[in-house]
Design a protein around this ligand. Structure first.
Ligand code: MLT
Length: 327
């Protein structure tokens, strides 16, 4: 190539670089120009679905585009998370993940097709979700002390519903069962939405579930709640004792739900999404609905992408030694 050819090629490259530098931020600035898909890794009607719908309903108003919820079920939420990790990193596919999909999955799935930290950009924490010990309404034990005695005496007969290996309901009942020294039969569902239906119908015995899924059923008297696994009672369920009050202080569990984007999603897009999520969490109607269902709304300092990144890192470190020996 002669001097002219070389300088023309050089000029084209420089022009292409300049154009992409100008166009990329402009795209991020215009974002979003079409509807956004929010993957929910469990069945509709369960806690992650409910939280995602409450918050994204408001985020859509802020962003000026609809946010379409897509429930992608299977393998304790890891099928959906793998799909979200592979999606284009343009801000149009997001996932509402949680303590299971984005922390506990790491030690439980040796061949996990994604890594919560390496495959995703944290966007923002949506809600803390205390765990309750629940049972079908005609399960014989009347309180937590009787429950402990009963499940120990009937360990081969009782079963526990959950939303798949690595889900919050699975991991938190694993913790409970290890405290009690029992290994009941696990009954997997595609989410605790359908698992709750089975509990209400008396088809399964007990379940450890996030409060958001449990409050309406406890208040309707369709299931029993033995205790909430947090240090304090929850204002949405003032009559449900803490595990410490009910005699099992060793069982403490609270989950969380949060938004993640595929790795490499541009920082201005993450910032827009985070700002919309934060605005939703400050909205009176959104707050009322989340609080009625017992969620813990994150404090402002805990709502940043960086804070979510730190949470995920800490949670992987916390769950790995607990879950790895259990296999
Ligand atoms: C759900 O939405 O079904 C739950 O978050 C499942 C779980 O992790 O227990």
């Amino acid at each position: 190539m002669n001097w002219y050819g070389r300088s023309l090629a050089g000029a084209s490259l420089a022009l292409a670089a300049l154009l992409s530098a100008v166009v990329a931020p402009a795209r991020a600035q215009d974002y979003p120009t079409r509807s956004i898909t929010m993957i929910v890794p469990f069945a509709a009607g369960g806690p992650t679905d409910v939280i995602a719908r409450i918050v994204t309903g408001h985020m859509a108003q802020t962003l000026g585009q609809s946010i379409i919820i897509e429930n992608v079920v299977g393998a304790g939420g890891t099928t959906a998370s793998a799909r979200a990790a592979r999606a284009a990193n343009d801000g149009y596919t997001l996932i509402t993940g949680h303590m299971g999909t984005h922390a506990a999955s790491v030690p439980l799935y040796p061949n996990l097709a994604y890594h919560p930290e390496k495959s995703f950009e944290p966007v923002g924490l949506l809600a803390g979700t205390p765990i309750l010990i629940l049972a079908r309404k005609d399960f014989p034990p009347k309180d937590l002390k009787e429950f402990v005695t009963y499940v120990k005496a009937n360990a081969e007969k009782v079963n526990a519903a959950h939303a798949g290996v690595g889900s919050v309901s699975h991991v938190s009942c694993q913790l409970l069962n290890s405290v009690l020294g029992i290994e009941p039969v696990g009954v997997p569902f595609n989410g605790t939405g359908p698992a709750m239906n089975a509990l209400v119908a008396g088809q399964v015995d007990y379940m450890c579930d996030q409060i958001v899924n449990a409050v309406p059923q406890i208040n309707a008297g369709t299931i029993k709640a033995y205790a909430i696994a947090t240090p304090e009672r929850n204002p949405s369920l003032p009559n449900v004792p803490t595990t410490a009050e009910a005699g099992l202080p060793a069982f403490q569990a609270q989950a969380w739900n949060a938004i993640f984007a595929p790795k490499g999603t541009p920082a201005p897009i993450i910032a827009k999404l985070n700002a919309a999520a934060v605005k939703a969490l400050d909205d009176e109607t959104v707050r009322k609905r989340l609080l009625e269902l017992g969620s813990v709304i994150p404090q402002p300092a805990d709502r940043t992408p960086e804070a979510l990144g730190t949470l995920v890192n800490n949670e992987i470190k916390k769950w790995t030694p607990v879950l790895k020996p259990a296999g």
